[in-house]
Design a protein around this ligand. Sequence first.
Ligand SMILES: Cc1cc2nc3c(=O)[nH]c(=O)nc-3n(C[C@H](O)[C@H](O)[C@H](O)COP(=O)(O)OP(=O)(O)OC[C@H]3O[C@@H](n4cnc5c(N)ncnc54)[C@H](O)[C@@H]3O)c2cc1C
Length: 504
Amino acid sequence: MVEIVHQGHRMWENYHKTAACNPKQRLELLNDSAANGRALLKDVAETVMALLKEARQYQIPVRPIGAGWSPAPINVVEDGWLVETLRLNRTFKLSAADLHPDCDVGAEALLLVQAGATVDEVYESAEEIGRSMRTGGASNGQTFAGACATGTHGSVWRSGGIQDHLRAIQLVTPERILWIAPERAVLSDAFIAQTGSEIIRDDRIFAAAQVHIGALGFVTAMLVETDPIFMVQNIQKAATIRREHIDWLSEGNFRKFSQEFGLNEEPYFQQLILNPFDPFDKKALLRFLYRRPYDASIPAPTPGQMGAGYDALTLLGKAMARFNLFEAEILQLAMEQAYPQDRDVDDPPAIATWGNTTEEHSPIASLFNGSVTIERSLLNDVFDLIIDNFRRGGGGTVVTLRFVHKAQGLLAPARWEDNVVIDFDGPNVATSHNGYKNVVTALDDAGIAFTRHWGKTNNLDARRVIQDYEQDYANWRWAQTQIMPDAADRQIFANDELVKLGLV
Ligand SMILES: Cc1cc2nc3c(=O)[nH]c(=O)nc-3n(C[C@H](O)[C@H](O)[C@H](O)COP(=O)(O)OP(=O)(O)OC[C@H]3O[C@@H](n4cnc5c(N)ncnc54)[C@H](O)[C@@H]3O)c2cc1C
């Protein structure tokens, strides 16, 4: 039997202490010792369905949570059940016998992942069997279901979000245990039946579920596609960039940019952290990762040498413990001191697997983070507008540029063919919020289309979500009614934020 641990009536705060709630009950789900993956998936899904039925009977809202890493209040619930999933964290290999005859990938490429497995646990499981994830966010403590929920992304410019790895999703509602997959089948019907699930093979419903934002049901497991294992070489340094470099990045001329600051080859991953007080005079923090073949004989560098902890949130958390950031010089000092060890082109190469490019994160301070995603080719036109407005609005901390290909999922914020994501990270104070609001207003005034991260501070509402996603929003709502035709079932997954966003 899957165990439900009742932790009682206790306040809950998210990871960055940007949202809190007073749930009726905090519940934690614990795996049983089922002999195989299918049996375990079935046990967990049946337990969750029973819980959801009870919740519906007493009209109690339920909020599944992962690691609680979203600063946006999408992971809180007042007077409801907060259901913790972090200990549903097993992963399973598959064999050729489990596959559907139409399947277009080998069994070795697939992993069955429980909802609460963290990104780090999934990286590790993949690498143990000689495989690798192809992209991910800056840190690795999110759950896989939670990271997919919001379209978590990094800066692998030829890849979309972490949800692009998904090939199927097991989703539980008060009435049904569903196996949602694209029309082209991957796993055999017999295998899916043994997980206790009813099959929906539909491209549109699957695309809705890839970025589910916690409003399509309770995700209990996912089928994840991996790549053959590879390594990456890290170059990480502080350098002064010029205006023309922004032009190259807008054009997607990453090789040229890399040639100037890193190696003379196309980077797999590329990111810039800038000081908005003076982006062209003060040094920017650059990180490049170059793809390398897997070589087990290479001694693993430390996470610091691989640039792990490179993200602006970690950097600022460390820096904020020591400095007042709202001055250009001090911010610059903080940026350079807190940035993980430099690794330049002439240094001995630091090469490791993808799973070694991130490390654990611990919350150091209450931080603000917000972002806007725009079509990459517009970066050059809007760069000054964004930086000036962020700074004038009072946002004095770092700005990060990351590059993402069109991501899968109807509600994926990276919705253009090529995207730049501009992150604003800083202390969780009014000036950071005002700086971000200023950027959003300036982009609107300039008529620039953009989207925002579901999991970060975003000031979105239903009207704006409809405007941003148009037909994709309508299709997502349609998929929701296919998954949960009864409005009472959909209401189980309501919280204030999801209602405000027009997602329930
Ligand atoms: C230190 C740090 C670094 C970050 N770096 C990045 C980054 O590099 N790139 C990026 O894009 N984002 C980044 N983020 C944002 C983060 O990746 C997302 O907010 C992500 O959604 C958090 O995952 P989680 O497991 O904590 O989900 P939670 O915050 O717990 O939940 C997110 C949503 O998913 C729902 N949910 C969770 N589990 C389930 C489930 N099993 N079934 C149904 N619904 C579920 C929740 O109810 C909620 O609506 C970062 C956040 C932090 C704190």
